[in-house]
Design a protein around this ligand. Structure first.
Ligand SMILES: Cc1cc2nc3c(=O)[nH]c(=O)nc-3n(C[C@H](O)[C@H](O)[C@H](O)COP(=O)(O)OP(=O)(O)OC[C@H]3O[C@@H](n4cnc5c(N)ncnc54)[C@H](O)[C@@H]3O)c2cc1C
Length: 498
């Protein structure tokens, strides 16, 4: 579609549902491309970035596949497949270009408030996993995007990288690690609040807090009419728009179903909640300075990868371990226990049943995780920090993920662990489902939404020029161009310091 700017037949040109990182990113990109677009944002909570995007609800890893082993599977022929890893690191480079553009123009405060450089490590134990990590390292070295990564299977060397994790560890068992010093830690909550502040300060876009979008209906002229409830007064109003983005996180599936577009048929959602162990002992927190990802146990889902994360949250260094998975029928952390049953419809019941039948291992894993006591959780942590003491750690609830269930010809239904953009054929509505790799790739995912929904505008001279200004690598492949990668990285590092 083409957004007809200042088309007075609708209340606004674009409605963004939800004030998480996705909506905020799309809003800023659209306003930078055309300041005349009229945007309204509706958020059901009393604050911006209160769900998955809040710093305590996610791990804050700038996902660039430097340490996440689930992005580099070992194939049956014994090779390590790095295609997903390459895609993810390229996406993250694009996110950094966008943030550097905004910081460089003085739209944000200090970049340190939301992005900080921190080493990313993968750590494994046992000969089989050591062999895998070495092969992964060697394969990644064939791509310049992973330059700077080091590999070691030497106890003392690894101890110099992560002393807290090697203290008290059995020296007989083979171990290995890779380390890249230029990984990042993100506070996506602060980033999103900065994006929304920029929308308000420069473009006078307000986020309507405490407003829940209840229904949405397409009119005969293809525009959308939304029923929105003021959560404080209970009053309802109707707003109309040419384009709607459903960036409601776990709430997106229900709204997509209500939109009644045929493209939404067959989608379902499976909620997985999470918990962190949070360190309370300042001395221990000070002894670690890295994000260390382990290997998920055989047969467990990707979100079960254990990791020990140093974080910068609101100016304070923190240390988190997890996530431990749990089960709740809520689709949002501040949602309703009826979310899951209410999402089941005639169109998705079969895919959902099939996923249930074919994923008994996941069900078993979730039951085991839910049954873990606090002591057993610290036992799991001791695989990372052998000297960990129960009294130094406390449990905190992480964000809620809704994994996508999709209709599949062969299987009936499949469970996806990535993100999925669903758009209507006429390009008047788009929704984002799923959770991973998530906020790190928000910029690329929102570019994808714009390409799907506004293909003509994206091809226009004005937008192309502006996109080239916002993204120095726009339209070019970083993986195929070492020189360009260096230039782009020098630029983003120069501005962001990460
Ligand atoms: C445990 C965990 C760890 C993670 N770790 C990482 C990580 O290390 N790195 C990374 O990049 N990503 C990570 N992610 C993923 C990342 O947090 C999400 O992908 C991202 O925050 C999603 O942003 P969003 O804007 O789509 O959704 P959200 O942040 O959930 O925002 C959606 C908003 O919509 C609002 N809303 C919902 N329904 C309605 C309605 N009807 N009307 C109005 N408003 C509504 C909600 O209140 C919410 O504020 C993690 C996620 C989890 C759960």
């Amino acid at each position: 579609m083409n957004i007809a700017i200042k088309n007075t037949s609708t209340d606004c040109d674009v409605i963004l549902i939800g004030a998480g990182v996705m909506s905020a990113t799309l809003g800023v990109m659209l306003k930078e491309l055309n300041p005349d677009i009229r945007i309204n944002i509706y958020e059901r909570l009393d604050r911006i970035a209160g769900e998955s995007t809040d710093a305590w609800n996610n791990a804050g890893t700038g996902h660039s596949a430097l340490c996440e082993l689930n992005y580099t599977p070992l194939e049956e022929d014994g090779t390590v497949n790095i295609s997903k890893a390459v895609k993810i690191i390229e996406s993250f480079e694009i996110s950094k270009q966008f943030w550097a553009y905004l910081v460089g123009h003085g739209y944000f405060g200090s970049p340190k408030d939301f992005i900080n450089q921190i080493p990313h490590l993968s750590f494994v134990e046992g000969q089989e996993d050591v062999n895998y990590l070495k092969k992964r390292f060697e394969t990644l070295q064939q791509c310049h995007l992973f330059e700077g990564m080091e590999f070691s299977n030497d106890f003392e060397k690894i101890k110099s990288w992560i002393p807290l994790m090697l203290d008290g560890r059995n020296t007989e068992r083979p171990i290995a690690a890779t380390r890249t010093s230029h990984g990042t830690d993100l506070n996506f909550g602060t980033l999103t609040r900065s994006l929304c502040k920029h929308l308000k300060d420069k473009y006078e876009v307000d986020v309507f807090l405490n407003y829940e979008v209840e229904t949405l209906e397409q009119q005969d002229d293809k525009t959308w009419k939304l029923r929105v409830e003021d959560k404080l007064t209970g009053e309802e109003k109707h707003v109309t728009s040419q384009f709607v983005f459903i960036g409601a996180g776990g709430g997106s599936l229900r709204l997509l179903e209500k939109s009644d577009i045929p493209e939404a048929d067959g989608y379902g959602g499976f909620p997985v909640s999470g918990q962190w162990l949070v360190c309370k002992n300042e001395e221990i927190i000070a002894q670690h300075g890295a994000k260390v990802y382990g290997k998920a146990k055989v047969g467990t889902p990707p979100m079960s990868v254990p990791h020990l994360d140093s974080r910068m949250i609101n100016g304070k260094k923190e240390l988190l371990f997890g996530p431990f998975a749990g089960f709740s029928t809520k689709f949002l952390k501040e949602g309703s226990y009826l979310d899951l049953p209410a999402s089941i419809s005639f169109d998705n019941v079969l895919p959902m049943l099939n996923v249930g039948i074919h994923n008994l291992a996941l069900t078993k894993y979730l039951i085991q995780q839910v049954l873990l006591s606090m002591e057993e959780k610290v036992d799991v942590l001791r695989e990372f920090i052998p000297t960990a003491k129960d009294e130094d750690w406390e449990l905190a609830v992480a964000g809620q993920r809704v994994q996508v269930i999709r209709k599949d010809e062969k299987e009936g239904g499949v469970l996806e662990f990535g993100t999925e953009v669903v758009t209507s054929k006429d390009g008047t509505i788009a929704a984002l489902l799923g959770a991973s790799p998530g906020a790190s790739t928000s910029v690329v995912v929102m570019l994808e939404v714009m390409e799907e929904c506004f293909p003509e505008l994206m091809q226009s001279k004005e937008w192309k020029e502006k996109l080239g200004e916002m993204f120095p690598s726009y339209g070019k492949s970083l993986k195929d161009d070492k020189e360009l990668t260096k230039r782009v990285r020098d630029f983003t590092f120069g501005v962001l310091g990460a």
